[in-house]
Design a protein around this ligand. Sequence first.
Ligand code: ZN
Length: 338
Amino acid sequence: MAVGRYHRQEIFYPIGPEGQKKLQQARVCIIGIGALGASVANMLAQAGVGYLRLIDRDIVELTNLQRQALFTEADVEQQLPKAEAARAHIAQMNSEIEIEAKIVDVNPYNIEKLITDVDIVVDGLDNLETRYLLNEACDKNGIRYVYGGVVGSGGMVMNVLPGEGPCLECLLGPLPEEGSYDTCDTVGVISPITNIVASYEAAETMKLLLDSESVCRQAISMDAWDSYTEFFDVDKDPECPVCGKHQYTRLEHRQKSYTASLCGHDAYQVTPEDDGSFDYEAVVQALKGEGEVKKNKFFTTFKNDEADFKLFPDGRAIINEVPSGDEAQKIFAKYIDC
Ligand SMILES: [Zn+2]
């Protein structure tokens, strides 16, 4: 009999043929398809996880190639969204699984919908704000999630198991003020640590999918440059606003639209409330009378003397070369939300 694709995994006794079948029926959502998310997605696809939902808002850029192993220079040239580029590369490696790419910004309006119908959510995010939002959404909906984060040469991983263990806020405390902590944009990040953290995340995801007794109940902290890995206990805080009191302030804090500055770019992202009324095609059509419009499969770029932006089918826009969020909002109101 021919040996199948998953043979080495099936003879690994904690998985076995039964476990392999479970993996093939499993559904996983990965939020953030950068260094962590793309690597986790690749490993879970290799392992044969039956359905992967890849969520990311960004386009592949040259500076990503230093650590984001799936992507190529051709992806940069073609300005492919990360979720779509990852989907295409992974599909070439495993055509037997289903992969869905979602090119959206994760926000309070859409996060609960994005994480439905999956067994596990994996964190590949690059910012704490969205992580804290994800933590709330997973607690509220009782969805298990694997937290992973990297900065510099260090990283951390923890399984967040609603109803059982501590949550992200128990581990990290209240969300620190923006600018008060290190990020990959301020202190950089090296590829080895992203691969170590992604590997732990992928292994924990597989164990969780198999209800393995080996699921890690501690937090894991490691550093690839200082050469250490530590495991430590985290207490579930009964006073924790999220897993203790089930107060979901970020999830419920829905403004009409919000603006975020994009680190490392001279640009602001404006995200309108997703009330289902946005008509992408109509807006693109209207823009044609206002300036230069280029539309591809994934987004539309617009340029005239006053404005320069990318508009996505979900209604979100990245406004380039504006000095402030207010200016970005003005352009958004004039050309998109009009
Ligand atoms: Zn908590």
